[in-house]
Design a protein around this ligand. Structure first.
Ligand SMILES: Nc1ncnc2c1ncn2[C@@H]1O[C@H](COP(=O)(O)OP(=O)(O)OP(=O)(O)O)[C@@H](O)[C@H]1O
Length: 504
């Protein structure tokens, strides 16, 4: 067998709070290979990446690079050795240009425009991609930023590129570009460690795969030996019950609208949107990235100060603004949950109680008697949040588990209308099924749900009705049990008959 480029043996990592994130983990990344790393939320993937990137020192075990034992005490040492790590929230300098970003970490004087430009052109040729070197990074789409990060890795001569969920927020076309580049560069000899919850990506892109569960490696081998079922089995440690698609019309949904939206317009890209949602309904918004699907949710919730239109909850007009929306029983779970959903310096229980903050004594640091800890414990249980308990700080959670906290805080309490933007982004296959079940249960108890998802399969699994969104408008409406992923995709792309504006 080829000697590994990077290998981890018996690597353990414990955090000061006692959490053991890795125990005796191993990994062998072969030169020029694409190696998949998968596991449930909290399994230890990010911790392993951080050990490789020199962010965390392992508590036990050894790291070998090209056969030599190494101790990388900071990210600079790993980078110098040839390991580039692209984290999920790509830390580029937004006010610098593409060219400046690409050579930010490169050795030598970087203000030598002419030489740098020639080098830049060479890098573009290697990846077969075009991007304006003088564009400012803040103006780029997420997919383009991802490419800048890859170019940055190449500029420092990385032999191993570690990518943490690189396609999580990308549109289909952009995902394909990333795959293309990974394939191309691995053929040229660059190795990749690829972390993703999208198992279809892992199956089609990687040569080898390692499965982590509870900090230990439970499987490793050539990807060809796996199919999706076997990977899921290894990840969650049990067979997973698929969330069954609705094949029949939902039980009679009647009564007056719980949410009525009229003539919603916003400069962010919402045009003449009107619709109603009744108690018990789950309405899916299917559209491509940039179609305005998320903007509609934000405008209806009152999070967009420039939006105009009328929003009524149970017949009562709601004033604009998140405060009034929450008071009316609306909850928005945004896609970017880290930035918008959680307070890092608060423990889990307090984050979960946040929607009721006015009723909490300010500055309290221990859980209140009964209700609050109980609620937090229930959310932890319902969503299978991996954590030491309700007192754990949210900064100590894995990415997917932190997302579950944001989702969970709205599930209990006074929420009647749940607006979900990509509710399962970043959560593992097991938790995905749990979240979809909870969405169904919330509606069954008389709530109304609005859900945006780029995975149409997921919309079809829980929605009762689907609105297709394109260019800021609802261009078609379908009962979920009468449509298919193919039809939704056609409509979202502007093919097929338009259909009525989706007023209920
Ligand atoms: N700084 C920290 N302090 C304490 N515990 C931590 C810290 N960082 C991570 N953990 C814990 O270590 C475990 C592994 O977390 P890690 O982030 O590696 O999981 P992951 O596999 O990347 O999950 P996800 O898919 O949700 O991103 C989790 O139980 C997490 O709560």
């Amino acid at each position: 067998m080829t000697a590994p480029l990077l290998s981890l043996e018996g690597v353990g990592k414990s955090f000061p709070n006692g959490t053991v994130a890795l125990r005796g983990a191993r990994l062998n990344v072969l030169p020029g290979s694409v190696h998949g790393l998968v596991g449930a939320n909290g399994a230890g993937k990010s911790t392993m990446i951080k050990v490789i990137a020199g962010v965390h020192a392992p508590t036990t075990g050894t790291v070998r690079w090209k056969g030599e034992e190494v101790v990388w005490r900071d990210p600079g040492s790993a980078r110098k050795a040839g390991v580039a790590t692209i984290m999920q929230h790509v830390p580029l300098a937004p006010s610098l240009t593409v060219l400046e970003n690409v050579f930010l970490g490169a050795p030598g004087p970087w203000r030598l425009p002419r030489a740098r430009r020639a080098e830049f052109a060479g890098l573009l040729e290697r990846v077969n991609y075009l991007i304006d070197p003088d564009a400012e990074v803040m103006d780029l789409a997420i997919g383009e930023r991802q490419m800048v990060a890859i170019l940055q890795a190449l500029a420092i001569g990385a032999e191993l590129v570690v990518m943490d969920e690189p396609t999580a927020s990308l549109a289909e076309g952009e995902r394909q570009v990333v795959f293309e580049v990974v394939r191309r560069l691995s053929a040229q000899g660059t190795a990749f460690l690829y972390v993703s919850h999208f198992l279809d990506e892992v199956l089609s892109l990687t040569d080898r795969v390692t499965v982590l569960r509870d900090g230990t490696v439970v499987e490793e081998g050539e990807t060809d030996a796996y199919d999706e079922d076997r990977l899921v089995q290894a990840i969650v440690g049990r067979d997973l019950l698929a969330v069954e698609r609705r094949t029949a019309p939902p039980a009679e949904i009647s009564g007056p609208a719980l949410l009525a939206v009229r003539e919603l317009n916003a400069p962010a890209g919402v045009r003449d949107v009107s619709f109603e949602v009744r108690p018990g309904e789950v309405v899916g918004f299917a559209g491509l990235l940039g179609s305005g699907r998320s903007e509609i949710l934000h405008a209806a919730y009152g999070a967009d100060p420039h939006a105009r239109g009328e929003v009524r909850v149970a017949g009562e007009k709601v004033r604009r603004g998140p405060r009034a929306a929450v008071a009316a029983g609306m909850a928005l779970v945004p896609e970017d949950r880290n930035a918008q959903g959680l307070i890092g310096t608060f423990p889990i229980w307090k984050n979960i109680s946040l929607p009721d903050l006015p009723s909490l004594a300010l500055g309290r640091v221990i859980p209140g008697e009964g209700a609050e800890t109980e609620r937090a414990a229930r959310v932890i249980e319902d969503l299978g949040i991996v954590c030491p308990g309700p007192e754990a700080m949210v900064t100590e959670l894995s990415g997917g588990n932190a997302q579950k906290v944001v989702f969970g805080k709205w599930l209990h309490g006074g929420t009647r209308i749940l607006m979900l933007d990509e509710p399962t982004a970043g959560v593992d296959v097991g938790a995905k099924a749990d979240i979809l079940e909870l969405v169904r249960g919330f509606a069954a108890r008389g709530g109304a749900v609005l859900m945006v998802s780029s995975e149409f399969e997921e919309i079809l699994a829980v929605a009762t009705r689907v609105f297709v969104v394109r260019e800021g408008r609802i261009v078609a409406e379908r009962p979920a049990h009468e449509t298919s992923e193919e039809e939704l995709l056609m409509l979202a792309n502007g093919f097929g008959e338009g259909g009525a504006q989706g007023a209920a």
